[in-house]
Design a protein around this ligand. Structure first.
Ligand code: NAD
Length: 342
């Protein structure tokens, strides 16, 4: 059993913790919280080991009469791998603690590539992370772009990628963030950070991205244009996407007209927290014009990196190959290819 701890129990940490609990080869030793609240109360109800981030937090838990098993330092003594899901840039400050504890670590996309030197998307570069002590799972949009571009590159060949991203403004519980009524250039100058981030996984890819924020909380939507290396039809591109893991194809003629329909599908499937782990491509959006493939891609920001985190834990723990790890992860989470194709 790989003993896993999750440091940071927010949007990503809570989901990764639950995913770890579903793995037959992993034990969730515990999670950290900065302070007691309803999330720590639910974690305790689930029987999850709760640790305070630091001594100040420990005092706050004790004062509130909440039972915790110690601090982050205590948790680190009991795990083989820690998944750092603390806020952007905080992970970097935690690295030293993990090194001192002799613990392997998986960081998130809010950290810089240089923190670990290995950025990870399981189906693209699992082997790069094998034997490393620390890796970084890339952000949600980068994960979606890497999976989709890698799929088309594997099946048809991609010489150049261009993407325009409509980004969700905030996660559903981030009430302090906007915009409520604006479209915000994010950033006004090109490229957005996503293109260079994709290159940390798909080395040498010719890619440029631009992005803007829209007032929605549930998903990102990419308009993706891929220059193909050889003459190919729409069906060739669709087949390449169908052959790739963690990529789901939907069709507007089945009622999928928006990201809202995808969230509704997740509810209908009874997915935990309405999570969509797959990169979702509209099959009927795939169009080839003048050697370029066009498509719409949707990314559920809260969930798409969850399977990658589970695989990254196995990659740094050692003893697994890509196919076995991804197979175990996907079976445990119910990852599917589309409707009628679980
Ligand atoms: P979040 O704010 O929802 O959760 C972070 C949690 O860490 C919070 O519970 C916070 O209280 C806790 N925390 C604060 N300081 C801490 C510390 N010093 N040590 C440990 N925990 C601490 O953030 P998130 O959205 O889950 O993001 C976490 C990481 O995942 C970031 O790097 C982010 O860029 C990345 N990421 C986020 C998304 C997304 O859409 N939310 C998607 C992919 C990747």
């Amino acid at each position: 059993m790989i003993r896993v701890g999750v440091n940071g129990y927010g949007t990503i940490g809570r989901r990764v913790a639950d995913a770890v609990r579903k793995q037959e080869d992993m034990e969730l030793v515990g999670v950290t919280k900065t302070k007691p609240d309803y999330k720590s109360a639910v974690a305790l109800e689930k029987g999850i080991g709760l640790y305070a981030v630091d001594m100040k937090g420990l005092e706050a838990f004790r004062a509130a009469g909440v039972s915790v098993r110690g601090t982050l330092n205590d948790m680190l003594q009991r795990v083989d791998v820690v998944v750092d899901a603390s806020p952007e840039d905080v992970g970097a400050t935690n690295k030293k603690m993990y090194e001192q504890a002799g613990v392997r670590a998986v960081f998130q996309g809010g950290e810089e590539h240089s923190l670990t030197g290995v950025s990870f998307v399981a189906q693209c570069n699992f082997d790069e992370a094998v034997g490393k002590t620390m890796v970084r799972c890339v952000s949600c949009n980068t994960t979606g772009l890497c999976r989709t571009i890698h799929a088309v590159d594997t099946g048809v060949g991609v010489s150049r990628a261009r993407a325009v991203l409509a980004r969700r403004a905030a996660d559903p519980d981030e009430v302090g963030k906007g915009p409520i009524d604006a479209v915000v250039l994010d950033p006004p100058t090109l490229p957005s950070h996503h293109g260079p981030d994709v290159q940390t996984v798909l080395h040498g890819l010719n890619i440029a991205t631009m992005a803007f924020k829209v007032p929605t909380t549930h998903m990102h939507l990419h308009s993706l244009i891929l220059s193909l290396k050889r003459p190919a039809t729409k069906d060739d591109v669709v087949r390449a996407l169908e052959a790739a893991p963690r990529t789901m194809l939907v069709d507007s003629r089945m009622g999928f007209k928006s990201t809202a329909n995808l969230m509704d599908l997740a509810r209908e499937l009874g997915r935990t927290r309405n999570d969509i782990y797959e990169a979702v491509v509209w099959r009927d959006s795939v169009t080839v014009v003048d050697g370029e493939a066009y498509m719409f891609l949707a990314v559920h920001q809260e969930a798409i990196v969850v399977p990658e985190n589970v695989d990254a834990v196995r990659a740094v723990a050692g003893g697994y190959d890509k196919k076995r790890s991804m197979g175990m992860t996907d079976a445990s989470l119910g990852v599917r290819k589309g409707l009628g194709q679980p």
